[in-house]
Design a protein around this ligand. Structure first.
Ligand SMILES: Nc1ncnc2c1ncn2[C@@H]1O[C@H](COP(=O)(O)OP(=O)(O)OP(=O)(O)O)[C@@H](O)[C@H]1O
Length: 373
């Protein structure tokens, strides 16, 4: 078991209020990613959970047991929290070889040496660094050292693993390999993992849940694809997804039947059952349509009157996919197609999309008012 509950956590550095009434539950077996831009409080949250920082307000429970109660100035020391922590700066012991670094914790636990050999070999293999077992940290690149630090943390298959940007020093290919290794590790061990990153692709591909931060507050906590398909507001919509979602202004009228949006993408009608619970029920509103690049298809021929005429601004074939920037009136819109297609600059094309698949936001509140179905 490793369930973590944070309740009403406030953390100040001087006057800087870096965690603001944070409430977050990480269930046993979750791969929870703390995601957000630099400085939003992700690392501070990890340090508060691990006991390296003391929040000024709030409570933390681990498997129901209180480990922080700020009101009573009770903070269980890190050693009693039974977790494993890997930071971006991976402090390896310089006088020990890779094998010794990774096996150190197991020796302390007095595990038989044959068993240790097996466990270390498996952790090093997972991180693709078996060949460096006899080297010292100074004889390794930054990325190799980072992988040793992860191997050291996972070798004992801890129930709770905290990882702070552990892949930040790796090149693009290795980072993709390591993502699948970490995901497989989570699958094999069922450990609870709290993972910090500002890379939304890492978050989407590995996590069971994502907690998206903005300036010390949680904006949305959800399953990755729920965040992608139905971001609760413009901030989440913009942060998640690469290439970014297209935001397109429209004028909206809401009545008992649903929503009608009019603008450069034509006249769109959305049924009432696709509206969110907090959507207004009547009136006129400025809207922002959120349309993901892959939800738009391009054709060189007009095949239906609903298609929107556009002019190619730049076509960017990249082998497996093609990004096309097109102009509709003055607005630049990104479209993503599978495969490689060459579009000439200024070529006339026709766009189509399924209105049920798009998000609609209220421009003023910035909140989602119509779901993607
Ligand atoms: N020890 C400290 N003393 C004072 N301010 C700090 C300290 N640690 C962090 N901060 C501040 O707290 C805020 C949150 O920092 P934190 O490291 O949690 O952000 P982060 O989201 O992890 O960012 P990054 O992705 O850049 O690591 C920042 O404004 C940072 O400058």
């Amino acid at each position: 078991m490793s369930k973590i509950e944070l309740k009403h956590i406030d953390k100040f550095y001087g006057k800087n209020h870096v965690l603001k009434d944070l409430n977050l539950t990480i269930e046993d077996g979750d791969f929870m990613t703390l995601l957000g831009p630099s400085g939003c409080g992700k690392t501070t949250t990890l340090r508060v959970v691990s006991g390296l920082e003391k929040p000024q307000n709030g409570f933390i429970y681990m498997d129901g047991k209180e480990i922080v109660n700020a009101a009573e100035a009770y903070y269980a020391p890190p050693s009693q929290r039974n977790l494993n922590l890997v930071f971006q700066s991976y402090a390896l012991w310089p006088h020990m070889t890779v094998f010794e670094n990774v096996s150190f914790g197991l020796k302390i636990k007095k595990i038989p040496s044959a068993e240790i050999e097996k466990m270390v070999a498996s952790a090093l293999d997972r991180m693709q660094i078996g060949q460096y077992a006899k080297r010292y940290p100074t004889e390794l690149s930054g990325g190799q050292q980072q992988r040793v630090a992860i191997a050291r943390a996972i070798v004992s298959e801890p129930r709770l693993l905290l990882l702070d940007e552990p892949l930040s020093n790796l090149d693009a290919k290795l980072r993709v390999d390591m993502r699948s290794e970490l995901k497989r590790l989570h699958h094999d061990t069922g450990s609870t993992i709290i993972y910090v990153t500002h890379d939304q692709v890492e978050a989407l591909t590995m996590s069971t849940k994502i907690a998206l931060f903005r300036e010390g507050e949680l904006v949305q906590v959800d399953k990755p694809l729920a965040l992608y398909d139905n971001p609760c507001n413009l901030y989440t919509a913009d942060f998640i997804g690469n290439p970014s979602i297209n935001f397109i202004q429209a004028a909206g009228t809401i009545d008992a039947g649903g929503l009608v949006a009019e603008g450069i993408m034509g006249r769109l009608i959305f049924p009432k059952e696709d509206m969110t619970d907090n959507a207004p029920t009547s009136g006129k509103y400025d809207l922002i349509l959120g349309i993901r690049p892959e939800q738009i298809s391009i054709s060189r021929e007009r095949t239906s009157p609903e298609q929107v005429e556009a002019h190619v601004y730049a076509g960017m074939p990249a082998g497996s996919e093609t990004l096309v920037a097109v102009r509709v009136g003055e607005k630049l819109i990104t479209v993503k197609e599978l495969g490689s297609t060459h579009y000439g600059g200024d070529e006339v094309v026709y766009l189509s999309f399924d209105p049920r698949k798009i998000n609609v936001f209220d421009a003023k509140s910035e909140n989602l008012i119509k779901y993607c179905r």
